[in-house]
Design a binder for this molecule. Structure first.
Ligand SMILES: Cc1cc2nc3c(=O)[nH]c(=O)nc-3n(C[C@H](O)[C@H](O)[C@H](O)COP(=O)(O)OP(=O)(O)OC[C@H]3O[C@@H](n4cnc5c(N)ncnc54)[C@H](O)[C@@H]3O)c2cc1C
Length: 465
């Protein structure tokens, strides 16, 4: 490997074409430091580099080594940007088990690593169990390059034997339990200790220990989804789901002719809120996301305008969205900012086929989203501009139907909104608010329109009923 293979001289001569020699050559070339020659007595990678297990771990007892590992982790996470070629970095996790006699040393080590910024956590044997006689569960995820559609092949294995008894929250220092997935865990899905299912029992236990709770869902038949999830609702603080899932739980359509109906999602979220204890329900769909708070504002945030050629696969995008939202919430961010991070994390994850390979630090996700830009705010179609009353979910119009009660209202509002899109109707709408005969139900529609008009495509809409 040489900048000039024919030359007998070079500004820099590196002995050894292992990872060290190659890395030094790369950085010299990047700095345009001069001509570089890498010589090896054998061949490239003939030493330890080709025998390495390729673990990028942070668990070292020598502080400078931890610092070095943190710097290299960042490089692996940004491989394509730094090197210009796709890398093969997979974020998997690492568990180190020590003899009880070494616990004190381990604690000191972990404190040092955390102090340097490594993502390390101490767990004990209650949080790591071995169940004999069954394989570890796994999921094979496939994505179509052409359509982006996914197929998952799942082996339940040890997950089928998971029960509420495996969860012990007494010693945890964490604040939020992110629990999943109903429908693919045989014992958790069955009645447990007098509860409708093991999920309910686990959520109750978590809340009793002072944790906030969120439930992650997966694609299972709608009726089964509703049967399993509805009993969990009174024990949840958050629910972050997609458009199809909220429709399944609420028992109402939210996707019509393959298209997400935003008002129907909001109505479904309200109905689900009314049946549970959540502070907030978040619904995501390809064009954006909406957060509906209990008796509070509705925040709509469009998704990131990810360039088509940057999309490698959608595996894990929903999980990344939930992670972004929960991270923001955990850090006390506003709902709007948490939604922005949720979209940004999902957008970042779309760049890879794997579920975790392209997820990065939150600030980098947001920076990437800002670079790519945000989609226009998803305006509801005029015929659907009616919102369910939170007190009576049955009063919500069926999404495909035109709003018949006050059809004149809906028509005028839809005209205002189409004018508003051309930038002419703000004044009219504001007047309209004050003379609106049915303020209770139409205010949300009018405010939505006004906010859309005023904030344009970048900010979110806050609708207070
Ligand atoms: C089994 C195994 C598993 C490992 N797992 C991990 C892991 O999971 N994570 C991790 O971070 N690290 C791991 N390591 C350590 C890691 O592989 C090494 O630290 C790293 O590869 C060292 O790179 P290097 O370039 O210094 O040496 P090498 O890769 O050994 O390269 C040295 C090169 O120099 C050449 N050379 C030697 N003498 C001369 C000479 N006189 N003239 C010209 N050329 C010469 C050799 O032919 C060789 O190609 C592992 C190592 C092994 C053996």
């Amino acid at each position: 490997m040489s900048a000039n293979t024919h030359s007998r001289t070079a500004d820099f001569v590196i002995l050894g074409a292992g990872v060290m020699g190659a890395s030094i050559a790369f950085h010299l070339a990047r700095r345009k430091a001069g001509s570089v020659a890498v010589l090896d007595k054998d061949h490239v990678g003939s030493g330890g580099s080709s025998r390495s297990s390729a673990l990028v771990r942070m668990h070292y007892s020598f502080a400078p080594e931890v610092q070095l590992a943190l710097v290299s982790l960042k490089m692996f996470q940004h491989w394509r940007e730094i090197v210009g070629e796709a890398g093969e970095f997979r974020k998997t996790g690492f568990v180190r088990i020590v003899h009880p006699d070494e616990t004190e040393r381990l604690k000191q080590n972990v404190a040092m690593q955390r102090g340097l910024g490594a993502n390390v956590e101490l767990i004990d044997r209650r949080q790591l169990q071995t169940i004999g006689g069954v394989p570890t569960h796994y999921t094979d995820a496939y994505a179509s390059r052409r359509t982006g559609r996914r197929t998952h092949i799942y082996l339940q294995g040890s997950s089928g034997l998971l029960t509420p008894d495996h969860f012990d929250f007494t010693a945890t220092a964490q604040r939020i339990l992110h629990l999943g997935l109903p429908g693919v865990h045989r014992l958790m899905d069955a009645p447990w200790g007098g509860e409708a299912n093991g999920w309910v029992a686990t959520l109750k236990k978590a809340r009793a220990a002072g944790l906030e709770t969120n439930l992650e869902l997966c694609s299972i038949p709608a009726e089964r989804q509703a049967t399993l999830v509805r009993p969990c609702l009174p024990y949840l603080d958050y629910l972050v789901v997609n458009d199809g899932e909220i429709g399944a739980i609420a028992g109402r359509p939210t996707i019509v002719e393959g298209r997400t109906e935003l008002p129907a999602c909001i109505a479904a979220a309200r109905a689900v809120l009314a049946a549970g204890a959540m502070r907030i329900v978040v619904v995501h769909f390809p064009g954006g996301g909406v957060a509906v708070e209990r008796d509070g504002p509705v925040t709509v945030k469009p998704s990131v305008a990810v360039p088509q050629d940057a999309i490698a696969g959608a595996n894990g995008a929903g999980d990344a969205f939930a992670a972004g939202f929960l991270y923001g919430t955990h850090e006390g961010w506003s709902v709007e900012r948490s939604l922005a991070l949720a979209h940004a994390a999902a957008a970042a994850s779309l760049r890879g086929m794997t579920t975790t390979g392209t997820v990065e630090r939150w600030a980098d996700c947001l920076a990437l989203a800002d670079r790519w830009g945000w989609r226009p705010l998803p305006l509801p179609r005029p015929r659907l501009l009616c919102f369910a009353s939170p007190s009576d979910p049955r009063s919500a119009p069926k999404p495909p139907r035109r709003c018949s009660w006050r059809s004149g209202e809906a028509f005028r509002i839809s005209r205002f909104i189409s004018m508003m899109r051309t930038g002419r109707a703000a004044f009219l709408l504001i007047i309209r608010l004050s003379i609106c005969p049915a303020v209770g139900k139409t205010r949300a529609v009018c405010s939505f329109g006004i906010v859309n008009f005023m904030v344009g495509r970048t900010a979110c809409a806050g609708i207070r009923r």
